[in-house]
Design a protein around this ligand. Structure first.
Ligand SMILES: [Zn+2]
Ligand SMILES: [Zn+2]
Length: 235
């Protein structure tokens, strides 16, 4: 259901910073906006015809918000369009943007743990943020998203999958689960290792699970051999 402008981890820039999107006519949902993302959006010509742009942010590491300022400024000054920015902690993101010269009348902020939007092209969109375990230095969220008739879970960066999410997957309440997955496996890892993913997800549920945010230590073929999906770069 999601397409990807980039699928890499913070330091694996060859694959671009992980960022997903859904586009329908002139509406676009963008998930995260790391340092490489504005450039990719320009390459893919994704922004220029967009009237309704929703940017969902999972957390404020540079590989998730690094080019957010540019995307907002480009929309505001060039496309004469205000981005709808979605993040649970309004104060933090507004302060961050202000510090890079992006002030509040340049974008709309939608800030709550549960968000419901009615869009003219996308239809009903609802987002429920869920705090996840990533690093001690900043807050990090995953979210459940309902769009049209589909329900997805998107992990953001997280080193585990909550039991309630695994239960929903097993009960068929999640159509697609997107998980930050890495090849390296060590104590204190801020990301979920592929070994741990295999422990968490039983074989019969793996066809609904998509790995993303790849480091250089994870092999695509291995992901597929184990019955999972691997996110692919669009275009
Ligand atoms: Zn990341
Ligand atoms: Zn992160």
């Amino acid at each position: 259901m999601l397409k990807f402008a980039g699928i890499g981890s913070a330091f694996n820039t060859q694959l671009g910073n992980t960022s997903a999107f859904v586009k329908k006519e002139n509406s676009l949902i963008l998930i995260d906006c790391g340092g490489t993302v504005f450039h990719r959006l320009q390459e893919l010509k994704l922004l220029d015809t967009i009237k309704n742009l929703y940017i969902i942010i999972t957390h404020m590491h540079p590989d998730h918000v690094g080019s957010l300022g540019e995307v907002i400024l480009y929309n505001y000054y060039i496309l004469k369009n205000k981005v709808n920015l979605i993040y649970p902690n309004k104060e933090h993101i507004v302060q961050f943007l202000r510090s890079i010269g992006v002030v509040k009348d340049m974008y709309h902020i939608i800030s709550s743990n549960e968000i419901k939007i009615q869009d003219e092209n996308l239809g009903k969109l609802s987002i429920e943020y869920i705090p996840v375990s990533h690093v001690d230095t900043i807050e990090t969220y995953g979210f459940m998203m309902q769009l049209d008739t589909k329900t997805i879970y998107y992990s953001g960066d997280s080193n585990t999958i909550d039991l309630q999410i695994l239960n929903k997957l097993e009960k068929g309440e999640i159509d697609s689960l997107y998980q930050d997955t890495c090849g390296l496996d060590y104590e204190g890892n801020p990301h979920l290792s592929f070994n741990k993913l295999k422990e968490l997800i039983r074989k019969q549920y793996r066809d609904r699970v998509y790995c993303m945010h790849f480091d250089k230590h994870l092999d695509r073929a291995e992901i597929m051999n184990e019955g999972f999906n691997a996110a692919e770069i669009y275009g």
